[in-house]
Unconditional design. Structure first.
Length: 290
């Protein structure tokens, strides 16, 4: 049986914090209330994300033996079959939690979300559709909060998160061998568009919080992406990718504040501080955090 530390590395446990705000932004967009969904749906998102990470390593096992031998499967700390079992268990758990806490409306989104995650890892990851499928995963995660019945009212945050995810995924393909400056430039343009779309254009508490969160998202993300435009080497791209992933949380916070829930947005900004601290510690120790 794999150790706790192996499990945590397999699922990239700290990175799970970057999906907590997806459903929060979706719920804010449609004014969804109730303690159970507001607590349970973010948990469902994390479980599904962790399942996707475990499946990612199972799918990439042979490649990782060459490029990332320190990961749990190539290092022999867990078998490929064991990783698939973890992925399946976490996926089922995520769907069940979504249904129990969000009702049938959220369950109707959780099932295609789970299917999209598995499709990405097993089929689409290396093809040209990879960034699009990953974007669909993130957009559906936002709609998990809104539920199927109110999905149309949460299209803005879903599309903003999906667009940012697509650009980060495309950029991440250069983490090993580098990328092209044009890809990093598209990512930068997407960051600007996402930041602008997430701001509430009024001088209110929600407007101020959304603007501050959008700046927290855009400034460091653009700085890292600009470096990738100038020097599109693998190490620089890895830094830009990591920053793009960490930028998910303040972007979710901006979208949540834009929808009129500044307190929830401030909670997400606190989570962003924790996620950033964990990422820095992991990077300092040479851990795989993406």
């Amino acid at each position: 049986m794999a150790s706790a530390s192996t499990f945590l590395q397999l699922v990239r446990a700290p990175a799970g914090l970057t999906v907590l705000g997806d459903s929060t932004a979706g719920m804010a967009a449609v004014g969804r209330t109730g303690l159970l969904p507001r607590l349970g749906l973010p948990v469902a998102s994390v479980l599904l994300y962790w399942g996707g990470m475990a499946l990612n390593d199972a799918a990439d096992a042979e490649l990782d033996r060459v490029e990332r031998p320190e990961r749990p499967i190539p290092s022999g700390r867990i078998s490929r079959r064991g990783a698939i079992g973890v992925a399946g268990a976490l996926t089922v758990a995520g769907v069940v939690v979504a249904g129990l806490t969000g009702g049938r409306s959220s369950l109707a989104v959780a099932v295609p979300l789970a299917a999209s995650i598995w499709t990405y890892d097993l089929v689409a990851k290396r093809g040209w559709t990879g960034p699009l499928v990953m974007a669909a995963c993130r957009g559906l995660d936002v709609l998990l909060g809104a539920g199927r019945d109110r999905a149309a009212d949460a299209l803005r945050p879903a599309l903003v998160m999906a667009g940012h995810t697509a650009s980060v995924t495309a950029l991440a393909r250069g983490e090993v061998h580098g990328t092209r400056p044009a890809i990093a430039a598209v990512a930068s343009a997407t960051t600007v568009a996402a930041g602008v779309a997430a701001v509430r254009p009024e001088a209110s508490t929600a407007g101020v919080v959304s603007a501050a969160a959008a700046a927290r998202f855009a400034v460091p993300t653009l700085r890292a992406q600009a470096a990738a435009i100038r020097t599109p080497s693998a190490p620089v791209v890895r830094t830009a990718t990591r920053r793009g992933i960490l930028g998910m949380v303040p972007l979710q916070a901006a979208l949540t504040a834009r929808a009129g829930r500044p307190v929830d947005a401030l909670v997400l900004l606190a989570i962003d501080a924790v996620a950033t601290l964990l990422a820095r510690r992991g990077a300092a120790k040479g851990r795989d955090v993406t």
